[in-house]
Ligand binder design. Structure first.
Ligand code: ZN
Length: 184
């Protein structure tokens, strides 16, 4: 990868031999490895490794999970917050594992819509709850730094499964909770 980065620098009109750039190929390779480490994490294993029996049947909501991802179209960052809710059906999952699953999917080349659906689907498959909702809000550097330069534009995506899709009250409670309000 370091050779490719040196080549890329040359293509950009730079001199990879100048002092400030000497270590850049190694650093970029390391940084890209870190930003895409999600490929080596199995989110299903992460989630199923922390399941607990529970008779809780109230909605569980984890709000404002920070995430950082790279858009697959421009390899530029998009980042923001992810909100997760589910209604347990006999099992609950360790809260930190939800954040870890978000990391596993976001530290890959992504589009926000697919990322949102993958997180919801993985939780649904692992925890088998009565329903799952995931909402992601993100700023995309590829929109902010280039092209239209709409610096205030934020993309919001959501994926609602089972009860969150079919029952307006469940969905409403979830949306209320992630906005920080009390459920009705
Ligand atoms: Zn992009």
């Amino acid at each position: 990868m370091e050779d490719l980065i040196r080549q890329l620098l040359r293509q950009l009109g730079e001199d990879p031999g100048r002092e400030g750039l000497l270590d850049t190929p190694r650093r970029v390779a390391e940084s890209l490895g870190f930003l895409t480490q999600g490929y080596s994490i199995d989110p299903a294993e992460t989630l199923t490794g922390a399941l607990f029996e529970s008779d809780a049947d109230e909605m569980v909501v984890v709000r404002d999970v920070e995430f950082y991802s790279l858009c697959e179209h421009h390899l530029l960052p998009f980042y923001g917050r992810c909100h997760i809710g589910y209604v347990p059906d006999g099992k609950i999952v360790g809260l930190s594992k939800l954040a870890r699953a978000v990391d596993a999917f976001s530290r890959r080349l992504q589009v926000q819509e697919r990322l949102t659906a993958q997180i919801a689907r993985a939780i649904s498959d692992a925890v088998r709850p009565k329903g799952v909702g995931v909402v992601m809000e993100a700023d995309h550097l590829c929109m902010m730094m280039r092209g239209v330069e709409k610096q205030s534009s934020r993309a919001v995506t959501s994926c609602m499964l089972d009860r969150f899709r079919t029952d307006a009250r469940t969905r409403g409670e979830f949306l209320q909770l992630i906005r920080g309000g009390e459920p009705r």
